[in-house]
Structures are given as C-alpha cells and as structure tokens.
Design a binder for this molecule. Structure first.
Ligand SMILES: *Cc1c(COP(=O)(O)O)cnc(C)c1O
Length: 388
C-alpha cells in the first residue's frame, strides 16, 4: 500500500461501537475485576487507549517497534537523555534546536552528562569527535534554521561500529519524507507540535524506538517521569496525521516556488532550502528525503537587522510568530526570536545572521504567498531608503 492509504487504515475503527473516529478516553483510572486483573489499562499515566492509538500509529509511521507520546517535543527529548547516566557524553549536531541546547547545557550538565557539538554534515568530524565516554549521537536533519542536512545512514554506520545510540530529531522532515530508523538510527523523536498535528493548535512530542528492548526502557521512563500526552491532544495529533502526506506534499510544493522566487530577488543574498540545487547538502537531501518540507531561510544582501525587522513586520499572510508546520504561513527573525540567547559570534558561525529570516510556508496558494513577500520586501526597502 502507498503511504497515505497505509496511514489512514492504520488508524483502527473502534471495536466496541464501530466509531470511525478514535474515541477520546477522558479518564484517569480503569475499573479492575480483581487486583491486577483488567483489560490492559489500569491508570492513565501508564496507559490510555486514545494515547495508545497514537503511539502505535507513530511506531508504524517511522517503522519502529514502539512509540510513545509526550507532553511536548522537549519532554520527548528529555526522555531519551534519561537513557544515559552521569559521566556519559552526547555528541550533537552543532546548529541544534535552541530548546534542546538549553536542556542539555542548563539541566543535564549539572547531572554530569556532557554534550559536545560538531558539524554532523561532515562524517570525518563525527568520527574524530567520538571518545570512550560518548554514548549517544544526537542528530537533526534538516536543521533549524539553515536547513543543514546530514547523511543519516553514514552516521548510523559510525554509531554501529562504536556501539553508540543514534537518535534523530525528525521534526523538520516528518516521517512521510524521511524515516531515520530505516537508515540505521535507534531512536527518532518528534515535536508533534509541528507537521504531525499540522494546525498550530497543540504542543506534543513523540519517541519511536527501533527495538522492543529500547522501547521498554522509554516506556519505563515515560511512566516514571510522567510527562505523558493527554487523551484530547493525542486525538488531535491522530487527526492531524490523517492528512500528513497531503499537507507535507503541498507545503513542499509551495516552499519550492517561494524559494525559487526568493533566489532571484535583488535584495536577497542566500536562500537556504534543501530542494534548491544550490543548497550545500542538496544531493544528500535527495537521497534520504521524499519531500523537502515547508521551511525556508534567507538572508539579505545588506545584512541589516532593521531592514529584516521591517520585512517580518510588513507581511500580511505570513504571520510573525515562532513555530512551524501549521496550515497558516509564519515568518520569524531567528536572531531576535528563536536564537536570541545564542551569542552573536556563535550565531554567525552557523549562518544565523542578523538579517536571516525564516519562513514556515503554509498551505495558502503559492502565488498569494509570493505576492505577500514581494510587497513586504518592497515596502521595507523603500522605508529604509527614506530613513537612510
Ligand atoms: C519545536 C521543536 C522542538 C521542541 O518541541 P516542543 O513541542 O516545542 O517542545 C524540538 N525539535 C525541533 C526541531 C523543533 O522544531
């Protein structure tokens, strides 16, 4: 079966009633026949039937043995880090999601888990950085906001050889575009807040494991630490996933058009989009991704923070907000928003200039989106000439 068919028919019809939509089991506990004898559910932190449908669906989407739903993407990341112990080390992608960086450095370093960062798009740097304490390689591909792509299969080989775990944050690609477990990773995490739910209306996270054994460990952590996803939000993510492939396909078609438009624009310097042949990792992206997604970043010929600020404040359809992956297009200025806490020098070394603008291209008509950007670019440029 093809992906869309497979997804839709992996969501079970309710056996009890025939309900085609998954029932929302809004309950904290389950009545037992005698102590310990029940229908597979005892307490809703440990297990909930609605959440279980999402968890099984997530495992299926990523071709894993087990899936787990968490209260946020960060809670999912947190659960994976808890597989480690004091003295262990993580080797992570250098332009990592800011929230993961904050969790690693400000929470886990004080528990004795050290994290080092390398350019994972270069396999040699990954191999060279591994030491006896390294236990986990942490990858994002594509990354935020410059869409750097790493060779997941290549890094998985290195991880196998050194007996390390490989976890891939697959939020930007989504499972209809890229399946890291098939490329050799051990774990996948998602911020289901983004493409999986797809409508900018909830916060959720997922962990999917390649093996049942790793799954049992994550299950223990999920129940012991308790940051589970509630039944209603689980239901919303399931509903979002029904249209995942349709949406990701359209996000990608729209983004490709917007990226091409930006590439020929006289005010724009560099466009970062893995679907462009000019992108540094375009070939690797073609090999491991079916779609290139809806996120684009670009900077300006004049690396002027004020000009960039004017642009992101002048669009009408692109709403100024953090996050991505929703039906409505968003625009943001990483240097002033998502990446504000990162020192300027470190920011520049990973390409996040003052004038770098990130777009989450939504599901509006591409022509309307291009017109919206054109108006904003012209307006900002004119007012900047006037004030200069
Ligand atoms: C948003 C995001 C996260 C964090 O997810 P939340 O649901 O906001 O906790 C992690 N990784 C990536 C790549 C993200 O974009």
């Amino acid at each position: 079966m093809n992906t869309s068919t497979n997804i839709l028919h992996s969501i079970p019809v309710d056996e009890l009633t025939g309900s085609i939509a998954v029932p929302i089991y809004q309950t904290s506990t389950f009545v037992q026949q005698s102590p310990g004898v029940h229908k597979g559910f005892d307490y809703a932190r440990s297990n909930n039937p609605t959440r279980k449908v999402l968890e099984d669906l997530a495992a299926k989407l990523e071709n894993g043995a087990s899936g787990f739903a968490f209260a946020s993407g960060l809670a999912a990341i947190d659960a994976v880090v808890k597989l480690l112990k004091s003295g262990d080390e993580i080797l992570a992608v250098d332009d990592i999601y800011g929230g993961a960086f904050r969790l690693f450095t400000q929470v886990y370093e004080k528990f004795g888990i050290n994290v080092r960062y390398v350019d994972t798009s270069d396999l040699k740097q990954v191999s060279a950085a591994i030491n006896p304490r390294t236990k986990l390689i942490w990858l994002e591909s594509p990354t935020n906001p410059t869409l750097k792509v790493s060779d997941i299969a290549g890094i998985a080989e290195i991880a196998k050889e050194k007996h390390l775990l490989l976890c891939v944050d697959n939020t930007f690609a989504s499972p209809v575009s890229q399946q890291p477990l098939n490329l050799g990773a051990d774990l996948v995490i998602h911020s289901a807040t983004k493409y999986l739910s797809g409508h900018s209306d909830l916060i959720a996270g997922l962990v999917i494991t390649k093996t049942k054994e790793l799954g049992a460990k994550i299950k223990f952590i999920q129940n012991a630490s308790g940051s589970i996803l509630g039944p209603f939000d689980s239901w919303l993510v399931i509903r979002g996933i029904e249209t995942l492939e349709l949406r990701v396909k359209q996000h990608s078609l729209n983004a490709q058009k917007v990226a091409k438009y930006l590439q020929q624009h006289q005010l724009v310097k560099t466009v970062y989009y893995p679907g462009l042949t000019s992108h540094a990792n375009h070939k690797v992206a073609c090999r491991q991704q079916h779609y290139f997604g809806g996120v684009i970043a670009f900077d300006l010929k004049e690396d002027d923070a004020l000009l960039a600020e004017k642009i992101v404040s002048s669009t009408g359809l692109f709403k100024l907000a953090e996050s991505l992956g929703g039906a409505k297009s968003l625009i943001c200025l990483p240097a002033e928003m998502t990446h504000k806490s990162i020192p300027r020098e470190k920011r520049y070394s990973s390409g996040v200039k003052d004038s770098l603008i990130r777009l989450s291209v939504g599901l509006e008509h591409a022509d309307d989106l291009i017109q919206d950007l054109e108006k904003a670019l012209q307006k900002a440029y004119k007012t900047s000439l006037f004030t200069a």
